[in-house]
Design a protein around this ligand. Structure first.
Ligand code: ATP
Length: 229
């Protein structure tokens, strides 16, 4: 049987500090090729969970397994490499480098991921831009000069390049109007279907649910702890 793209097993995490927020997840998995929408209110811990999955923060207890590798057992450098190789991340604020070209922004993850670089076709950045409805000549433009909708698509191209097995997206449609949101999601799902990548997207917008294989509420998979200062 094929390994799940992601497994959380008895994971516990608490942000350091007095007024701290913590969560624990006894069991959660995303299968290869599966798309999962994770719903939760603002401030409920969705981004915290994604940071744990991406290895930006490490669990206090339990295991986070990405494509068969336990992230919690790795040092910081190895976690960064695993993230670059195995996860395409679409951040809430896109995190594009504003003074770098669109091309450099899209190719950036490949600098830290030799295996992913090998999988990327020579002109994949251009192919992705076209598939995502961006003009080809956008590759040489500075990312900081793009519209929000264009930045969002560039962020998707950066996440998809080199076909990482898991795509993690943090509220990527929050700044879009309904029509642009629809186009954006259609393009994202088309690409993910083409590469058989798994998708875990977090949102507070229940209306997105019908597009996904599975909809999960954070409160169904996680116990939240809040401590007042
Ligand atoms: N770097 C941090 N240090 C300490 N606490 C943090 C940090 N990041 C987030 N938190 C706390 O964790 C809790 C959950 O925040 P988080 O950003 O995970 O929620 P969210 O569901 O993603 O919210 P939103 O939908 O508004 O983005 C909040 O109480 C927040 O203050």
């Amino acid at each position: 049987m094929t390994e799940p793209a992601l497994i959380l097993d008895n994971v516990r995490f608490r942000w350091p500090g007095q007024a701290s927020f913590g969560l624990s997840v006894s069991e959660f998995a995303v299968q290869p090729g599966e798309s999962v929408l994770l719903l939760g209110e603002s401030g409920s811990g969705k981004s915290t969970l994604l940071s744990l999955i991406c290895g930006i923060v490490t669990a206090d207890a339990g295991q986070v397994t990405i494509g068969g590798t336990d992230v919690s057992s790795l040092n910081a450098g190895a976690r960064d490499r695993l993230r670059a190789e195995g996860i395409g991340v679409i951040f809430q604020q896109f995190n594009l480098l504003p003074y770098a070209s669109v091309s450099d922004n899209i190719l950036l993850p490949l600098c830290f991921a030799p295996e992913r670089r090998k999988r990327a076709a020579v002109n994949e950045a251009a192919v992705l831009c076209t598939a995502l409805g961006l003009p080809k000549d956008i590759l040489t433009a500075s990312a900081g000069r793009l519209s929000v909708g264009q930045q969002q698509r560039v962020a998707v191209a950066r996440a998809l390049i080199g076909q990482p097995p898991l795509i993690v997206a943090d509220e990527p449609t929050s700044a879009l109007d309904a029509a642009t949101q629809d186009t954006f999601l259609r393009l994202l799902f088309d690409r993910i279907a083409a590469t058989r990548s798994s998708l875990l997207m977090v949102s507070h917008d229940e209306r997105l649910g019908e597009r996904f294989d599975r909809v999960v509420r954070l409160t169904d998979i996680a116990q939240i702890e809040r401590h007042a200062a």
